[in-house]
Design a protein around this ligand. Sequence first.
Ligand code: SF4
Length: 240
Amino acid sequence: MVASRNFEELSAFELLSWALNTFGNEFAIASSFQKEDVILIDLASRVTPRFRVFTLDTGRLPEETYRVMEDVRERYGIQVESVFPDRDEVEQLVTLQGPNLFYGSVEARHMCCDARKTRPLARKLREVRAWAAGLRREQSSTRAQVSKHQEIDGLVKLCPLADWSSAQVEEYTRVHGVPVHPLYARGYASIGCAPCTRAIQPGEDERAGRWWWEQSRKECGIHFSEDGSVRRNVLSGKDA
Ligand code: SF4
């Protein structure tokens, strides 16, 4: 019985197997093509050749992300469902605030992330009953309490790699030869939009290169609210 399962004790493969068998086409993997996301795709491909993957194409992604997206499409023989922001919303935002509004303030940056990421995600998630993301507890203090299984807004969210270390990620990537985003080779440890991500220095936190000019929690709002709590009202794209 699902209710009696202790999801925390399941391995990443077991958790993905359970989701794919339970939800079928109403389960999807969210991917920005970082190492963790591609591991989820690789694991899912060992359960079934048919599974859904989507990506939020913010319109500001680095060219290298499209390259690894192509590699993943080819390697696994899958389609990647691209989710774009609402055209009118982005046109209005950029016209009023400029194309690089995110450098102005944390509030302006969240306006951009909300328009380009959070609300498109909310729209996409209305198609499914369960989704998976590549968050790991080790990545930051904000992520330290991430659960492998949560139900939010009646939607099941899985983080199958929650308890993986960065060494495990490296080992899986190497052993299984999964496609790797080219920016890792240039010192990036976490990869998002081009203007908001840069390489890190040795010893810096994995997410130090995200919105590096901010003293913030380094989150876009998809997974956590500004106060660091788990994001509620996921399906509306609005904070509680
Ligand atoms: S990461 Fe930067 S460019 Fe991308 S949506 Fe957020 S603020 Fe906008």
